[in-house]
Design a protein. Structure first.
Length: 280
């Protein structure tokens, strides 16, 4: 599932490419993608004819602000892609293209999702948190919220859970999933099962620095595309941060820091990766 760096990459690309453009018409091929709406017309009538005025991100959600006050919410689910087709209708559609928005100035924005867990829906800014209750309870955004490491340490101690579980808790910190929690913990030299209230002051500093630096670096490298290459940026290109991974999906390979062997463990029924020598 795309995490904060992948969604942030899309957000920044959309901000440059589509803000100010007017949506001429909308085609919905698969109703599952707009399942919160009763029918196609209820969705398309609130999108077609409106100009895009801005792009925001909340956690793993993309928020496309429309002229008039509505918000087009995009959640990528497990395999969703938002692709820019500058050639418009002349450009061949990727398989599993479910929603197509055409611009009056030419070109299209397409929503592609092989596994169909993603979705799009339109709401107002005031109704957004009612439609997606989890947005009302999101924790701090590590790319947008600046805090002291002391404050971060206080928040960790209050959670009283295992570190990986805490990092992935969207109510604690928004946008982190399986990939980046592993990479952050390696960068901080901490095990996934350390108690969040057991860290020393130095370990808290290392962890907070690892959060910010890992995510910033991942955005710089335009996110991670794994073996299935289902994550693509706005232009259909794969990310590059997977080549920088230190532990994630590197079971049996040598640690790039100490040459020990990377191991895989199960955490909450999901695979996690770590170096047993570097992480304590």
């Amino acid at each position: 599932m795309p995490e904060l760096p992948e969604v942030e990459t899309l957000k920044r690309d959309l901000d440059r490419e589509v803000v100010g453009r007017k949506i001429k018409d909308v085609e919905v091929v698969n109703m599952r993608m707009i399942r919160r709406h009763r029918n196609r017309k209820q969705f398309t009538s609130r999108v077609a004819g409106h100009k895009i005025t801005g792009i925001d991100r909340k956690g793993k959600y993309l928020l496309i602000r429309l002229e008039g006050g509505d918000v087009l919410v995009v959640h990528l689910g497990m395999s969703g892609q938002v692709l820019r087709a500058k050639g418009g209708a002349r450009e061949p559609r990727t398989k599993h293209t479910h929603v197509v928005m055409s611009f009056t100035q030419g070109g299209q924005l397409r929503f592609v999702d092989p596994r169909t867990f993603g979705e799009l829906f339109v709401t107002t800014a005031d109704e957004l948190e009612k439609e997606v209750p989890e947005l009302a309870h999101l924790g701090f955004d590590p790319l947008e919220t600046i805090m002291s490491w002391n404050r971060f340490g206080d928040m960790l101690r209050q959670k009283k859970g295992k570190l990986k579980t805490v990092l992935m808790d969207q109510r604690f910190m928004a946008g982190i999933g399986n990939i980046y929690s592993d990479e952050i913990l390696f960068a901080a030299g901490l095990r996934y099962d350390r108690a969040s209230d057991s860290l020393s002051a130095e370990e808290v500093r290392r962890l907070y620095r690892a959060v910010v630096e890992t995510l910033t670096d991942a955005v710089k490298h335009r996110g991670s595309s794994l073996a299935d290459e289902q994550y693509r940026d706005l232009f259909g290109e794969v990310g590059e941060f997977q080549f920088q991974h230190k532990v994630y999906d590197r079971e049996g390979q040598s640690c790039r820091r100490c040459r020990s062997t990377i191991v895989r463990v199960k955490v909450n029924d999901r695979s996690s990766f770590l170096c047993p020598q570097c992480q304590v």
